[in-house]
Design a protein around this ligand. Structure first.
Ligand code: SF4
Ligand code: SF4
Length: 168
């Protein structure tokens, strides 16, 4: 996987393709694990020596994915783990994946480094649009810092997907 600095991205929108819910393991923090096990049972979680996860089905798909082929919808919206809220972006305190200047993002006077995983097909490359720079990246940053959990720009816009069965 390749991590692209946010300044190489013109926009990002999730089209609910579900690739991320099929290809990656979701790491949970302890509070998230507690909430999920209390509501759905421990059977839908997994663990190894030092990490807690959402259990994946035999085909690798997240146990909570409601798959309508396209769109693929998350069945855990009301308690979506932080890792899923942030995907495909990473907001870091150091420029871990290089291109420090292009990844730098000023948030309230603090310099952070923002990258997106190129495996997400919602990433569109080019010069950052005003909305992407001022709303989308800001919202992902606030979700990462825990100062905002409400997602408007940083989640799927299901109404824009013509194949969404719940479109209005
Ligand atoms: S975040 Fe990206 S990979 Fe995941 S469902 Fe949306 S478009 Fe697909
Ligand atoms: S919890 Fe939801 S968003 Fe996260 S991997 Fe599972 S279905 Fe996808």
């Amino acid at each position: 996987m390749l991590f692209v600095p946010w300044q190489f991205i013109t926009d990002w929108t999730c089209d609910s393709c579900g690739i991320c819910c099929r290809q990656y393991s979701v790491v949970l923090n302890f509070q998230e694990w507690l909430r999920i096990t209390k509501t759905y049972g421990i059977e839908l979680t997994a663990s190894d020596l030092d990490k807690l996860y959402i259990k994946r089905k035999n085909d690798g798909t997240c146990s909570f994915l409601c798959d309508f082929a396209n769109p693929s919808l998350c069945g855990l919206q009301h308690m979506k783990p932080q890792a899923c809220k942030l995907w495909p972006f990473k907001v870091l305190g150091t420029p871990k994946y290089g291109y420090a200047q292009e990844a730098a993002y000023n948030y309230c006077g603090k310099t952070l480094f923002v990258y997106a995983d190129s495996n997400c097909r919602g990433v569109k490359y080019g010069k950052p649009s005003w909305v992407f720079a001022n709303f989308t990246v800001k919202e992902f940053t606030e979700v990462a810092l825990g100062s905002n959990s409400c997602q408007i720009k940083s989640t799927a816009n299901l109404n824009s997907n013509p194949r969404n069965p719940f479109r209005f």
